[in-house]
Design a protein around this ligand. Structure first.
Ligand SMILES: [Zn+2]
Length: 310
């Protein structure tokens, strides 16, 4: 059983998003089956004292350290199991900045298995005498999961400055809330906010693209056509071949893809579907806006350069 690094989970996972830490549990080596096992795990986090990303280390508060210190080390304490004999516990941890050794965050973690596991800390299914009843566990495949259920202070949401500059106050407010929802694992909420953003901003984005010097003048024609007919879909459908190369580079029509997200009913999608879509919309939206910004600033630079050649 290989040890999975918790770093990615500790750094990036939002609240209530499960991460599988042990697949097919076999406790022949130390593994994540009790609170002590998490002490010493490291991850990157923002240190408020030093105003920078630093390495943090998980530790138990001293009361918990004393408490768990009193348990027999060869057994996983009974209190960490539920009635089905599945591992199932919540533990409070501190994450301390290893650089200043002073700033710390609080993390509450929930750890559980999806099947019963033996209560001996180490065991061997070949059955050394006095360990566990082999028949009780043979053929049972248990995985261990972890999720964050609390973090203090709350993880700050940092909005990309290019995005912030691009949108007005109202859209930025929705964009912040969409990201907040992603962080809290509220998929339906995040998806709904992104749909609002697309509904409001997509035509503006098309207009901005049509105004780029590198864009085909056909986009302006499409836009004018829309203005007279109000047939919004035809713009999104037909825009691809006239987009600047940088916006064609994905091989899909990013504008149509974004538009399509607003047409499907929210009711047919689960919380997790919505979360996955919201995260993807965010990436695509950022890509489009950055490409527009790049094209704009590229043109400005070239124009400046040409001035010097006159
Ligand atoms: Zn620090």
């Amino acid at each position: 059983m290989s040890k999975i690094k918790l770093e990615e989970f500790l750094k990036n996972y939002p609240l209530y998003k499960a991460f599988k830490i042990v697949e097919n549990y076999r406790a022949q080596k130390p593994s994540y089956n009790q609170p002590y096992a998490f002490v010493g795990e490291t991850f990157m986090h923002y240190c408020e004292t030093e105003q920078a990303e630093k390495t943090f280390e998980l530790e138990l508060p001293s009361s918990a350290e004393n408490w768990w210190g009193n348990y027999d080390g060869d057994r996983i304490p009974d209190v960490l199991f539920d009635l089905e004999e599945n591992l199932n516990f919540v533990e409070h941890f501190l994450g301390r900045c290893k650089s200043c050794k002073n700033y710390k965050i609080e993390l509450t973690l929930h750890v559980w298995s999806d099947n019963k596991i033996p209560k001996t800390r180490f065991y061997n299914l070949s059955g050394s005498p006095g360990s566990i009843n082999k028949n009780d566990f043979e053929g049972i495949n248990a995985n261990i999961f972890i999720e964050k259920i609390g973090i203090l202070p709350e993880q700050t949401i940092i909005i990309d400055s290019e995005i912030k500059k691009h949108f007005d106050r109202e859209t930025n407010n929705w964009y912040f809330k969409a990201n907040k929802c992603i962080q809290q694992n509220y998929g339906i909420g995040a998806f709904a906010y992104f749909r609002r953003i697309i509904e409001k901003e997509l035509l503006t984005i098309v207009k901005e693209i049509s105004e780029l010097d590198m864009a085909d003048s056909q986009i302006s024609k499409l836009y004018d056509q829309y203005s007279s007919t109000n047939q919004v879909y035809s713009i999104y459908e037909n825009i691809f071949e006239f987009l600047p190369k940088s916006l064609q580079s994905l091989g899909i029509n990013p504008i149509k893809t974004l538009y399509n997200q607003t047409s499907e009913g929210l009711h047919s999608l689960s919380e997790q579907d919505c979360l996955a879509r919201a995260t993807s919309i965010d990436l695509l939206l950022k890509f489009v806006i950055k490409k527009i910004n790049e094209e704009q600033s590229e043109i400005l630079k070239v124009k400046e350069a040409i001035k010097n050649l006159r």
